[in-house]
Design a protein around this ligand. Structure first.
Ligand code: PGA
Length: 255
């Protein structure tokens, strides 16, 4: 078990309309209020739900922070369909997922794009949840560690931070996302430890020691404890199970 404070983040992906999102956030606030979470908790709804979920955080005093699922690096201008860091901040967003494998695969995001997003978020004071992870063929070829290390180095090129809490990493093997196939805790630890070594090279050893590295990919109440026992796994990025308030609250409870 690591000495870092655990972080459980929910990635709603493209689920929940505005009103559904408010209801889910209220259910989660209720489920968590009875248990006073020891872990940090972040909820990442779709853009249009952010303001509604922020209202729940503020008025129901919900014990979770607000995260977005994407951002554009330019500050403003003619970029139809995009959302800036300042827009995210204006509705109370303090975390933002970047580099999710679905964005890399379906929307052709490159390491260079992710690097620009990372720098823009850090400059704006929003904490990036930087995702990385290999496809099944890469793992079969036993190239998964090198692959993930290269993703992290590219995303952090030219990045420096003063405080480890400015950044979160999420290791999500693509073959485990939404498939019900989970990596074993040992698989996760192998890659998360390599990520931490890479962070030491990119950001310095002291910072690397404090950065939280999450596991993601079919994480659920029944398997989260095994991951959290590992020295270099500091929490989870949760997709499907974050859409059921009781399941997500149970995962927070176990953290
Ligand atoms: P999953 O998604 O928990 O549904 O596998 C995780 C993620 O993609 O962040």
């Amino acid at each position: 078990m690591s000495s870092r404070k655990h972080l459980i983040a929910g990635n709603w992906k493209m689920n929940e309309t505005y009103s559904e999102g408010v209801v889910l956030a209220q259910e989660l606030a209720n489920a968590l209020s009875s248990q006073k979470p020891e872990a940090d908790v972040v909820v990442c709804p779709p853009f249009v739900d952010l303001k509604g979920v922020q209202g729940v955080v503020e008025f129901d005093n919900a014990p979770f922070a607000l995260g977005a699922q994407n951002v554009y690096w330019e500050p403003s201008g003619a970029f139809t369909g995009e959302i800036s860091c300042d827009m995210l901040k204006s509705v109370g967003t303090t975390y933002c997922i970047i580099g999710h494998s679905e964005r890399r695969d379906y929307f052709h995001e490159t390491d260079a794009d992710i690097n620009k997003k990372c720098k823009a978020l850090l400059a704006a004071g929003i904490i990036p949840i930087l995702c990385c992870g290999e496809a099944e063929d890469v793992r079969d070829a036993k190239q998964h560690v090198e692959f993930v290390v290269a993703q992290i180095k590219a995303a952090l090129e030219g990045v420096s931070i003063k405080d480890a809490n400015e950044l979160v990493i999420a290791y999500e093997p693509i073959w485990a996302i939404g498939t019900g196939k989970t990596a074993t805790p040992e698989d996760a630890e192998e890659v998360c430890a390599a990520i931490r070594e890479t962070l030491a090279t990119c950001l310095g050893a002291d910072i690397a020691e404090g950065v939280r590295v999450l596991y993601g990919g079919s994480a659920k109440p029944g398997n989260i404890a095994g991951f959290l026992e590992k020295e270099n796994v500091d929490g989870a990025l949760v997709g499907g199970a974050s859409l059921v308030a009781s399941d997500f609250a149970e995962m927070v409870n176990r953290a």
